[in-house]
Ligand binder design. Structure first.
Ligand SMILES: Cc1cc2nc3c(=O)[nH]c(=O)nc-3n(C[C@H](O)[C@H](O)[C@H](O)COP(=O)(O)OP(=O)(O)OC[C@H]3O[C@@H](n4cnc5c(N)ncnc54)[C@H](O)[C@@H]3O)c2cc1C
Length: 443
């Protein structure tokens, strides 16, 4: 398989989630104003069949954990036609949204916005196209481009690109020793799996995890399965509220990325850990209050079905051979004991980890520079540090929390980051042209 000239792109993006949609907006703005020779031939690939966002956790009453203006473009270019505000205007909902008095859109509303943007950028994206392999191209001891293998309905094809932007988002994580099964799910697949249940027949459910998804899944199972006892399993004593206070929120500011990137690694690490409660393993106070109200009401009625397992960890989860139930082994620290819990379904809301570029690069992953912990490292412009000089860049988006800070995997900075990546691409192209003019490596 070898890519043809017609397949040669300036930029290929893996994924068409918010990160790469924001980049597509920035590139589209550039292409509209640039002369023909400076336009960027760009292709985004997404394995999903259509534009979407965390479709299995799209509960109708769930809110975003971010203000509407931290959309795909406002913080970079508030004059863009792709702002969330313009979306509301086009939908005839501008006044209704602001009358609500909340800065946070509903999750279903945010997805509608993403689909609206994706529709406007349809020329840049191919869906049902999974990137399965990436191979760097070299010439004269320098990285000059990438070949990208794409699996789609027809087979596997290869396209060539100068720059490659990996924005594949997050992968669900189970605790060590736990594997998915017919009755062992991750919250990331909740709605799809829940539809297959005979809800009235469910007698017991365990929900493992203490973050926002866990709290939402507890609420969902409590209301969907009226005959079920619900067993939340949390490693802390209680659910911890998310900190959305203004000073803490500054950790998401574009300026914080500069400060965190430039500081010493131990300082960055300490600050990131100190402010994890802005996002990780924490729950929106409104969700906590709603859950507590349910429990309080049902206690009065003598019908409480919530049974908290505090300071508890799952040591193992085993489906019985008929796949009719799950046996959990729990380590209960308060009681200092290990016990068994049998449930019909165990749902792990145990978080995510970022896409690992190693899986796509295979043996070529040796090109990546890594830190002491073995993590690939990136420059401030999110391009990977590579062993060979790179005229062509590999951007690691959402994979560099250890360098760019806590906002790396979140929405807060997608607009500004997209502008930074575009500037970096344009800078690399200009440098390539200058190098070519000296008769060294071609542009
Ligand atoms: C339920 C939930 C709610 C969240 N709410 C918020 C919030 O309110 N605020 C916030 O800031 N953050 C939130 N987050 C964090 C979330 O990761 C970011 O909001 C955002 O989705 C990051 O965008 P992204 O484009 O980097 O990744 P994603 O949105 O995950 O998009 C990645 C895309 O890449 C595609 N893909 C992956 N691998 C391949 C491949 N090999 N080939 C082709 N395509 C591929 C996927 O199909 C997907 O479309 C939430 C996360 C979850 C799970």
């Amino acid at each position: 398989m070898s890519p043809t000239d017609t397949d040669a792109y300036d930029v290929v993006g893996l994924g068409f989630g918010p990160s790469n949609m924001a980049l597509a907006i920035a590139i589209d703005e550039h292409n509209r104003r640039a002369p023909q020779e400076s336009k960027l031939r760009t292709l985004f690939l997404d394995r999903a069949a259509e534009a979407g966002w965390h479709k299995n956790l799209l509960f109708e009453d769930a809110s975003m954990q971010v203000a509407f203006a931290k959309d795909l473009v406002t913080f970079r270019n508030p004059m863009s036609e792709m702002t969330f505000t313009n979306f509301l205007l086009e939908q005839g909902r501008l006044a209704d949204f602001f009358n609500r008095g909340s800065m946070a859109p509903l999750r279903i509303e945010f997805v509608a916005y993403l689909r609206w943007v994706a529709g406007k950028l349809a020329d840049y994206v191919q869906y049902s196209s999974e990137v399965v392999r990436v191979v760097p191209r070299t010439a004269g001891g320098r990285i000059t481009g990438y070949e990208v293998d794409i699996a789609d309905a027809i087979g596997v094809r290869t396209v060539a690109t100068r720059h490659l932007v990996l924005a594949g988002g997050l992968r669900p994580v189970y605790p060590e020793g736990v594997r998915a099964g017919a009755r062992i799910w991750h919250s990331a697949e909740f709605l799809e799996r829940a539809q297959t249940l005979d809800a009235d027949a469910v007698r017991s459910v365990a929900v493992i995890g203490g973050g926002q998804s866990a709290a939402e899944v507890i609420e969902q199972m409590y209301s969907r399965c009226p005959n079920a006892q619900i067993h939340p399993v949390i490693s802390r004593y209680g659910l911890v509220p998310s900190d959305a206070s203004p000073y803490a929120n500054r950790i998401f500011d574009p300026a914080a990325v500069d400060e965190l990137f430039d500081t010493a690694a131990p300082v960055r690490q300490a600050i990131t850990e100190a402010h994890r409660n802005t996002n990780n393993s924490v729950v929106n106070p409104e969700t906590i209050a709603a859950l507590y109200d349910i429990e309080y009401r049902d206690n009065w009625l003598g019908a409480n079905r919530l049974h908290w397992h505090r300071a508890t960890r799952v040591l193992s989860a085993r489906e019985d051979y008929r796949q009719a139930g799950v046996q959990l082994t729990l380590r209960e620290d308060l009681e200092g004991q290990t016990r068994q819990l049998e449930v019909d379904v165990a749902i792990f809301a145990t978080g995510y980890q970022a896409l690992d570029p190693t899986t796509l690069l295979g043996s070529h992953a040796a090109m990546l520079c890594r830190d002491e912990a073995g993590r690939p490292t990136a420059r401030r412009d999110y391009s990977a540090n590579t062993l060979l000089p790179d005229d062509a860049k590999l951007y690691l988006v959402g994979q560099t929390e250890h360098q760019h800070g806590i906002s790396a995997t979140l929405l807060s900075n997608v607009a500004v980051r997209a502008g930074e990546i575009l500037d970096s691409i344009l800078g690399a192209n200009a440098a390539g042209r200058a190098l070519a003019a000296t008769g060294q490596v071609s542009a």
